[in-house]
Design a protein around this ligand. Sequence first.
Ligand SMILES: NC(=O)c1ccc[n+]([C@@H]2O[C@H](COP(=O)([O-])OP(=O)(O)OC[C@H]3O[C@@H](n4cnc5c(N)ncnc54)[C@H](OP(=O)(O)O)[C@@H]3O)[C@@H](O)[C@H]2O)c1
Length: 327
Amino acid sequence: MLKRTLGKNGLEVSALGLGCMGLSFGYGPATEKNDAIRLIRTAFERGVTFFDTAEVYGPFVNEELVGEALAPIRDQVVIATKFGFQDGDSKKPMDSRPERIRAVAEASLKRLKTDRIDLFYQHRVDPNVPMEDVAGTVKDLIREGKVKHFGLSEAGEQSIRRAHAVQPVAALQSEYSLWWREPEHKVMPVLEELGIGFVPFSPLGKGFLTGAIDERTSFDQSDFRAMVPRFTQESRKANAGLVDVLGRLADGKSATRAQIALAWLLAQKPWIVPIPGTTKLSRLDENVGAASVELSAGDLAAIEAALNEIQVVGDRYPAQWQQRVDR
Ligand SMILES: NC(=O)c1ccc[n+]([C@@H]2O[C@H](COP(=O)([O-])OP(=O)(O)OC[C@H]3O[C@@H](n4cnc5c(N)ncnc54)[C@H](OP(=O)(O)O)[C@@H]3O)[C@@H](O)[C@H]2O)c1
């Protein structure tokens, strides 16, 4: 798979990464450990060198899984993880106090079975800790060799600028996909100006854009989509038109919807690296195949025109989480 570079300090990764969250957390019961390890190692065999996890996925167990799976190939891959929630619990408030960042770094290094974190993201901006203090703490960790690169997630324009002024930011990880294009307005111009890479999460719209989810789908209690306004039954019914349009575009390219969704992201900027997640080997192959799907200017224009006809229904987060993003 072709490589892309995130930021200006030479962080080279495969054009598509692997989001590992869903193997342990967020989308229903965890995948059996040996199967999850096999999936992660198969991704590497298919050319993926960029693996995404976080302290809060599990919590903790996803980092342990990623560490174990990648230990034999540690020097050939880039591992990204995240700090920033109290006690590593995503239901609790933010906590990016310097002492907490340091403690997470030490614990994550152990769980990941490694001596350095290649990319350490602040998971959400903490309104109680000045960004300069966060960036300064990560800068110290970089100086100590424990961290290689600094990242932010769902940060707004001013936070990105303040962080970057203290410690160059290699990548912003935020939601971006065919049905969530908000970053195009304010954030992506800042990334382009400062030379920061963009790692879109939920690039398949949490599965919806692939056509695998419809109004008849029911979600497990531990599947957070059950709480997301965009995934209510009414929203899924209302948004089915988007799936239909993507199906027609995909058929025209002899590709799948998932591949169109990923190829579209790759076509937006050369500094974009999506991190689709899956628990299934067949879907891994399908998603990796997106790196070889070329969209022409005509294809992109057709997608744009089709999207302009569609009004996506439902917020991407429940109200209590909405306040944590774009600050
Ligand atoms: N920074 C943040 O705040 C944040 C937030 C969310 C996610 N993330 C990261 O981003 C990664 C990816 O995001 P995501 O997992 O939310 O969403 P995603 O990649 O858009 O979608 C994942 C969902 O799509 C399904 N899927 C994957 N490939 C498919 C295919 N080819 N056909 C049909 N269904 C397919 C998966 O189900 P199966 O497992 O059944 O295939 C899973 O339910 C996560 O793993 C995590 O590392 C970060």
